[in-house]
Design a protein around this ligand. Structure first.
Ligand code: 4AD
Ligand code: MG
Length: 477
């Protein structure tokens, strides 16, 4: 008798075989039918027990959330919507779940409630599906880069530099007084806490990835990054995972090609490998849509959106062209932009980005050549002296999913830019070395992994696509 998972039972023809199966009870009806889920798939398997031979005490303990083992035979199912079921000969309760206390009852729970129970929420269909898709997307990310000659580089989490120059870092401190440096008056000097230095949690692995691109040719990071931005939006987390490829001898056009090809490739991967989960999530959104007024409903279903992105070219538009479009547009006949675009040089707000993607072009958009003074210090200055070779990929329902650029490879131009922004040369001496020794054109981008998972699963809040979200209100897990 072999142990099997639900997905193995459903995907292989093992009719009339005896198996062992372990999982958690979703529901128990008529003292006979257990819907069992083991996390291997969205699907439950029906386990049919004989209540006459099952001890009373065991029957009482088959409650939602309990962990059980069943032994039995795989048989064809008479029930609707399932091909096979388990005719149970033996059942053992591994872990009880008190129905009075178990928070995840077989009914619809609000996402707010489930966020407070992040340790249990993956026992629901929606969160099980989202997290399996997330896992498959991670694998697809590595597969894409590994198959295309990229080297995976683990960049530091604790760092002395501010890669984005935006001051949105969390400082690293030690809580152990004997290990902390002291100020002259004997207090802990929190500013120099990392063995005498000031350090913070990384906001991006880009600068270090550049060093690896300038030696290994093609590099990528995929790791946690931290931002101390106190923004309570459905698109921001204080801790999120970022994917950052960086390529030597590649210009901005190559960077746009790479971003588009990469995104399409990972979405294709999940369309192929996450069918059951995506179909479930698709249906969930269709049902939700039916409760909304007609003009709030989505034009495309989740699966249609995913296929649309895979099958269509992203529209490439310069910042200057975008500004012209936005100056001459209103989101709809009645409404103006909350922040009207009056002049060239203004930073785009999410309402503008969403207008371009969702209303004007109706497809993913890559905006490029932004004004230098609204972008980071490391971006390559164009010959016009006022724009940089930056790009943002904007997605429907998400807004910015990717930010990237060709990097400033010219030592003098970079030093001058750092000077105007007050970034000390000593702080980034090693980064400047890359421009002193064998410098070359190079480019890369950062893709926020959770925004990709959001797009892939249709979840509207970013807190619902990362296992334990870190936001201004929530860090208790
Ligand atoms: O545009 P950002 O800030 O760019 C960088 O960090 C560059 N160093 C990347 C690079 O060129 N290697 O961030 C990149 C992406 C954004 O487009 C967004 O998808 C995501 O990271 N992101 C966030 N995701 C969740 N929560 C936040 N607070 C995020 N901030 C950025
Ligand atoms: Mg950005």
């Amino acid at each position: 008798m072999t142990e099997k998972s639900v997905v193995e039972i459903l995907n292989s023809s093992i009719l009339s075989q005896e198996i062992i199966l372990k999982g958690w009870v979703r529901t128990f009806r008529s003292n006979r039918f257990i819907a069992l889920n083991d996390g291997s798939t969205i699907k439950n398997i029906q386990c049919v027990i004989d209540f006459e031979t099952t001890p009373e005490d065991t029957l009482k303990r088959i409650t939602t959330g309990a962990a059980i083992t069943v032994k039995g035979v795989v048989v064809e199912s008479q029930g609707k919507g399932q091909s096979v079921e388990i005719q149970v000969s033996e059942i053992e309760i591994l872990g009880d779940s008190n129905p009075e206390e178990y928070p995840i009852q077989p009914k619809k729970h609000s996402f707010e409630f489930l966020r407070e129970n992040a340790h249990l929420r993956t026992r629901t269909n929606t969160f099980g599906a989202v997290m399996r898709v997330r896992s498959k997307l991670s694998f697809a990310v590595h597969t894409y880069f590994q198959e295309n000659g990229f080297n995976y580089v683990n960049t530091p989490i604790i760092t002395g530099s501010d890669a984005e120059g935006a001051g949105e870092m969390f400082r690293v401190t030690t809580l152990h007084p004997s290990k902390a440096p002291l100020t002259e008056d004997g207090n802990i000097d929190y500013s120099k806490d990392f063995f005498g230095k000031e350090t913070n949690l990384t906001v991006s692995g880009q600068l270090e990835a550049e060093a690896y691109a300038m030696s290994l040719g093609k590099a990528y990071t995929f790791g946690p990054t931290f931002r101390a931005e106190n923004s309570n939006t459905t698109r921001h987390l204080a801790e999120f995972w970022m994917i950052e490829p960086e390529v030597a001898f590649m210009d901005l056009d190559g960077n746009m090609d790479l971003a588009e090809d990469f995104i399409k490739s990972v979405l294709k991967y999940i369309l192929k490998h996450c069918q059951d989960d995506l179909e479930f999530l698709n249906q969930r959104l269709l049902d939700e849509d039916k409760t909304k007024p007609m003009n709030d409903r989505s034009e495309m279903s989740l699966l249609e959106k995913l296929r649309f992105v895979v099958d269509n070219n992203f529209k490439r538009v310069s910042y200057t062209e975008a500004i012209d479009i936005l100056r001459n547009s209103t989101p709809n006949k009645k409404k103006k932009f909350q922040y009207p675009i009056n002049e060239w040089g203004a930073d785009l707000q999410s309402e503008h980005e969403r207008f371009l993607v969702e209303t004007h072009f109706k497809c993913p958009v890559i905006l490029y050549d932004y004004p230098a003074n609204i972008k980071a210090f490391y971006m390559r200055l164009n010959d016009d002296g006022k724009t940089v070779r930056a790009m943002d990929v904007l997605f429907p329902g998400i807004g910015e999913i990717v930010g990237g650029s060709q990097r400033e490879e010219r030592f003098d131009v970079l030093v001058a830019k750092m000077k105007t922004l007050g970034i000390e040369e000593e702080e980034l001496w090693w980064y400047l070395d890359l421009r002193k020794f064998g410098t070359a054109v190079h480019s890369g981008f950062g893709l926020g992994f959770e925004r990709l998972v959001q797009f892939s699963t249709g979840m509207s809040n970013i807190r619902d696509v990362i296992p334990f979200p870190r936001t201004p209100q929530n860090a208790e897990f």
